[in-house]
Write a protein that binds this ligand. Structure first.
Ligand code: ADP
Ligand code: MG
Ligand code: MG
Length: 885
């Protein structure tokens, strides 16, 4: 069996489609080589070998691998006319990890491998630049010491020993910049690095180049299982069994002098989607310098002045690659003595806004069809486009400015370590992670933070890339910011003054401008751009599912309508009861001792509800409005404090003690399975009666104004058909009487949220015009899992992989989904045209929307801000199964 694929030097034993076998980096290196781009030659050890190592243990390779590596290395030697380990013309290689799914910064890459005291002398002689050779050597020893030999930083606050030693060497040799160091200084650094390796690990740095190579290959495979990689995989739902490939590639050098450079570029602006080559470079540097934030890089445009020929070639190849892959690319390149080499290309991570703009622009440029563009949209990422921004009319003065690395606005309290960010967020605080720069160890803190601010690093630094991927606001390279993480303070200096910040202070970031504000700045909802309108037109032409919204207030309904909601799928009437001026009447109703008392209280509520419904009907003119009659356990409305009890007692003319006793009497052991939903109306019919009357009167009132009203009255928590039969009769009679002769089409249906209701759906359908699955309660009752208590153990289930995902966030297709399918079949067996939808949190989750499409539902209903996401998810589901009907 073959464990290796070669690329470069006129050969390509793989293509971009081989990502599973070659990893993303290896497959695209092969693809670039195949289409004739300048790629330094090398080879890829396949992911199969990694899986072998995962199964058999670190250091255990399949038979024949060593011989294959030897052979592939000889080809690279021939192509480069150098020899690995040779004392005259040494070959240096990079050893690069590359998994099938992109895992930025997770796995480790080693550059300049093949250097020892002998080959470094040869490199110095051949290049005529001893400082260059020793610069390569010091980089290699440090990277090898860290990645392969396991030298680690003493703590989260301290730098790696190599960095400390290097800073010290720089200071002693009075060099401000890395590239100012002399050969002697670099020699000294190498010696100190090796001594540090011996001190920290008890092992000597290996001189033998083959030992180096196999050490590096082994470390890349082993790094597959490091905790950071594991965490990233969990976060992104990447399987832990696929493994990584290893790429071994001849080095090209960006650190030979000022006619050399290294950089990264996006073929379009990854924050805005604008069509411009966008990126950064450093002259006289090697790869990791640009992303590590060691020096602040220059924008790509400046390359045109410094190295015009190489810049022109880069612009040309960027276009070749974008046209070839028909998508925005993220490129890594190195210029060696004026000559450009491509080292990596991949689909570029982008903000939600850029995602939309690039997809729409590619269609306009004739490179994609609308269908392909819609399939490129990650519905969850649209969320970002809808995020609030800082109110332009009430913008406070900025105290600092960095680079706008990832857009959106974030308000939060400052923390200085990833651990603190995670802890504070756990406590419910909104935090902003403030650091000099971030590294892969900070991922959990970045995830927990609502925004990230760094003093160093550019637009392509770790912080910037990861934040964009997570859709988080991020400002980098805020140079007036001085961070002192151990002391948990920072300072913003400039204009002759210094503003001190400490842990817990609130700041606001604007990731679209790079500005930093002290305290909370006022936010306004996002404005949708022109591209998203175009995209949504395509989306709507592909989808079959209707998208409605869950809205209880006119302002939510208005927002949802502006986002394209096609009606209200769930109006929870109880939310209207909680308003301060109403809660007393509600309490009076609950605590009344008889029907007369309840009716007296309901009479106060009636006009208020009527007004609520009328306003919703007006906003939703022409669209259906589903109103759910009272659902929650009554105890949710009960007075608890002494003051509340006194207030109710006074209103009812009863002693406080009587009220306290009544409250105790109403307390339930298991309220979610208690006296709630339609059970309330079976015992107290006047509650639904008043609500039905309010809906009817409101409908008649607005219809008279010329509004097209489509009320759909929904009865919750039905477990037996008889409940619905009785309540339907009551509601219909009251509603029609309330219309006072107005001719308004209406329907009465039920929420299906108990397993029993799913099973007897055929009988329930006899009394229902529609079903709406209340998937929150249905999940709760199917799993026998209380949503309020699940927090104690659900995280452990997810962590251990006992459950693949939180069933309250992602609809469980096998259990809950099977019940939904059963109910749809049963319901439609009785009434073929039965309208069926879902309401609940799942309506805004893309994979759940996909399920609803496949289950043949008519609509999903979700919160206003998720309406566009659901529209896209519905279109993608329809495109994926190739049918609209
Ligand atoms: P990552 O996955 O972290 O981006 P890479 O394997 O892409 O790691 O390596 C990081 C950087 O190292 C590259 O962008 C490039 O600048 C540099 N590099 C890798 N291989 C070579 C090589 N053969 N010659 C010169 N530079 C290289
Ligand atoms: Mg890379
Ligand atoms: Mg419910």
């Amino acid at each position: 069996m073959k464990h290796i694929r070669q690329f470069g030097g006129g050969t390509a034993e793989g293509r971009a489609s081989d990502k599973a076998l070659l990893g993303g980096k290896g497959a695209n290196l092969a693809e670039m080589a195949a289409i004739g781009l300048p790629v330094p030659p090398g080879f890829t050890i396949t992911t199969e070998v990694c899986r072998h190592v995962i199964a058999h243990g670190v250091g255990h390779y399949p038979d024949g691998l060593e011989a294959e590596v030897g052979e592939a290395l000889r080809r690279v030697e021939q192509l480069t006319q150098t020899t690995f380990g040779d004392g005259h013309q040494p070959l240096l290689v990079s050893v690069r990890s590359g998994a099938p799914a992109s895992m930025p910064g997770m796995m480790d890459t080693i550059l300049n491998l093949g250097l020892n005291d002998e080959t470094v002398a040869a490199l110095a002689a051949r290049s005529g630049n001893a400082a260059f050779a020793w610069d390569c050597y010091r980089r290699f020893v440090a990277m090898y010491g860290e990645v392969v030999m396991g030298v680690v930083a003493p703590s989260e606050h301290e730098d790696l020993a190599f960095d400390r030693i290097f800073d010290d060497v720089k200071r002693r040799h009075r060099a401000h910049r890395d590239q100012d160091l002399s050969e002697a200084a670099l020699r000294e650094a190498v010696g100190l690095f090796k001594a540090e390796i011996l001190r920290a690990t008890g092992t000597t740095f290996p001189d033998d180049v083959r030992t180096q190579l196999w050490g590096a290959i082994g470390a890349v495979f082993a790094s597959w299982n490091n905790p950071r990689a594991d965490y990233y995989r969990k976060l992104n739902g990447i399987s832990s069994t696929i493994g990584t490939a290893v790429n071994v590639q001849a080095m090209v050098f960006g650190n030979l002098g000022d006619d050399c450079a290294t950089g990264v570029a996006f073929t379009r602006n990854p924050a805005t989607g604008d069509s411009e080559l966008y990126g950064e470079f450093l002259t006289n540097a090697q790869g990791e310098d640009v992303v590590a934030g060691v020096r602040t890089p220059e924008p790509i445009a400046a390359l045109a002045a410094k190295l015009p020929a190489a810049h022109a070639e880069l612009v040309r190849l960027a276009k070749v690659l974008e046209d070839h892959f028909r998508d925005m690319q993220d490129l890594e390149f190195t210029i060696q003595r004026g000559q450009l080499f491509m080292l990596q290309t991949r689909g570029g991570k982008r903000t939600g806004r850029a995602m939309v703009k690039v997809a729409v622009d590619l269609v306009r440029e004739g490179k994609l069809t609308p269908r392909e563009a819609v399939l490129r949209i990650d519905p969850a990422k649209l969320d970002e486009v809808l995020h609030p921004t800082i109110d332009p009319k009430a913008r406070p003065p900025a105290v600092a400015k960095g680079l706008p690395a990832s857009p959106g606005a974030a308000i939060g309290r400052i923390v200085f370590t990833a651990t603190a960010a995670a802890e504070w967020a756990q406590r419910g605080e909104t935090v902003i992670l403030v650091r000099t720069d971030t590294s892969p160890e900070d991922i959990h803190g970045m995830k927990a933070a609502s925004g990230i601010l760094t003093s160093r690093g550019g637009m392509t630094s770790h912080a910037a890339v990861v934040a964009r991927g997570m859709g988080k606001c991020c400002v980098t390279s805020c140079t007036s910011l001085r961070v002192d993480a151990p002391k948990k303070t920072a300072a913003i200096v400039g204009g002759g003054q210094e503003r001190r910040l400490k842990e817990g202070d609130t700041i606001t970031l604007d990731g679209s401008t790079g500005e930093v504000f002290l305290g909370p700045a006022p936010l306004v909802p996002a404005r949708l751009g022109e591209e998203i309108g175009t995209l949504m037109e395509w989306v709507d032409s592909f989808r079959r599912l209707k998208i409605r919204t869950n809205a209880d207030t006119p302002s939510d309904a208005r927002t949802a309508r502006s986002f394209g909601a096609e009606g209200i799928g769930l109006c929870r009437t109880e939310h209207m009861f909680f308003q301060p001026e109403r809660i007393l009447a509600v309490r009076e109703m609950i605590l009344a001792s008889d029907e007369t008392g309840r009716r007296a209280a309901l009479a106060i509520i009636l006009p208020m509800q009527r007004g609520d419904f009328a306003e919703l009907f007006r906003v939703m003119d022409g669209l259906p409005v589903t109103i759910r009659l009272l659902d929650p356990p009554l105890h949710e409305f009960l007075p608890h404090t002494a003051a509340e009890i006194d207030e109710v007692a006074a209103a009812l003319g009863k002693p406080a003690a009587a009220i306290t006793a009544k409250v105790a009497e109403l307390t339930e052991a298991n309220p979610m399975l208690g006296h709630r939903g339609c059970r309330l109306a079976i015992t107290f019919p006047e509650i639904y009666e008043i609500q039905a009357r309010a809906i009817g009167e409101a409908a008649a009132e607005v219809a008279a104004e010329g509004v097209a009203v489509h009320p759909e009255i929904m009865i919750p928590l039905v477990m037996v058909p008889e409940e619905l039969r009785r309540l339907r009769e009551l509601v219909a009679r009251t509603f029609e009487a309330a219309l006072g002769g107005a001719n308004i089409p209406y329907t009465i249906g039920t929420m299906i949220e108990l397993p029993r209701a799913c099973v007897v759906a055929d009988q329930i359908a006899v009394h229902a015009d529609f079903f709406s699955f209340g998937t929150n309660d249905l999940t709760q009752t199917t799993y026998g899992l209380s949503r309020d208590d699940a927090g104690r153990f659900l995280p452990a289930y997810l962590e251990a992989g006992v459950l693949p995902s939180d069933p309250f966030a992602v609809l469980d297709p096998e259990g809950v989904g099977a019940l939904i399918e059963l109910a749809v079949r049963g319901g439609r067996a009785t009434k073929p045209g039965l309208k069926v939808g879902i309401c609940g949190e799942h309506g805004g989750d893309p994979s759940s929307v996909g399920f609803c499409h496949r289950a043949g539902l008519d609509y999903v209903s979700c919160s206003p801000f998720r309406v566009p996401i659901a529209r896209v998810a519905a279109a993608r589901a329809a495109l994926a199964d190739g049918r609209k009907e």
